[in-house]
Write a protein that binds this ligand. Structure first.
Ligand code: SF4
Ligand code: SF4
Length: 187
């Protein structure tokens, strides 16, 4: 008898999708940015603006640098680490590989509202569109099964939570509650 607790949390299997990036194959064509921003336009495909894309290409043709980076988590404050990387003789700037929507730069922010953007793996599509549109095989879809807790938040709920968190940082929770109360009064 080991005294270990029995885990009674219900778990279910979920297909986890990730995208592997082969930097050497990226030529900076930006087709991935175009299709991502068009897919997430409202209504869908009504416009394309790379500034709204959830994948950004760090492009420096003179130094032959092309780095696809996916939008990851929102972060409230800047990090302390500012490292430069040299890989295969190429020097990459500070923050080059960072996926965060962060206060110190403009990447991964919706240009009109300033709200953070995050890759949602093109929810509803069988294959992420940036993978489909990359003619150079720089983006490779990988899938694996993982056991996850039953009560996982949906992507929509996650997006809402991230948006609210960033609004609360910007305007303060009390002001947001006041604004919501005023909106309810108008209804
Ligand atoms: S579509 Fe592919 S090759 Fe073109 S910029 Fe995006 S990742 Fe690079
Ligand atoms: S997987 Fe979809 S949401 Fe994510 S970066 Fe690619 S096109 Fe955009």
């Amino acid at each position: 008898m080991t005294g270990d607790k029995i885990d009674t949390t219900e778990k279910e299997k979920k297909l986890i999708k990730t995208i592997r990036i082969d930097v050497d194959k990226c030529n900076g064509c930006r087709a991935c940015e175009m299709i991502c921003s068009a897919f997430h336009a409202a209504p869908k495909y009504s416009s394309n603006n790379p500034a709204r894309s959830r994948i950004r290409i760090i492009r420096e043709p003179l130094r032959d640098l092309y780095v696809p980076v996916y939008a990851g988590e929102y972060t409230v404050s800047e990090c302390a680490g500012r490292d430069k990387y040299t890989i295969d003789g190429k020097e990459y700037d500070e923050c080059a590989f960072c996926r965060a929507s962060c206060p110190s730069r403009n990447e991964f922010k919706e240009p009109d509202s300033g709200l953070p953007l995050k890759c949602d793996m093109c929810e509803g599509e069988e294959e992420p569109l940036c993978v489909k549109w990359c003619m150079h095989d720089a983006l490779i879809l990988e899938e694996r099964e993982e056991q996850v807790e039953d009560k996982e938040a949906t992507l929509e709920q996650e997006d809402l939570a991230i948006g609210l968190e960033s609004l609360a940082d910007k305007f303060g929770m009390d002001n947001i509650m006041d604004a919501v109360a005023r909106m309810n009064e108008k209804d």
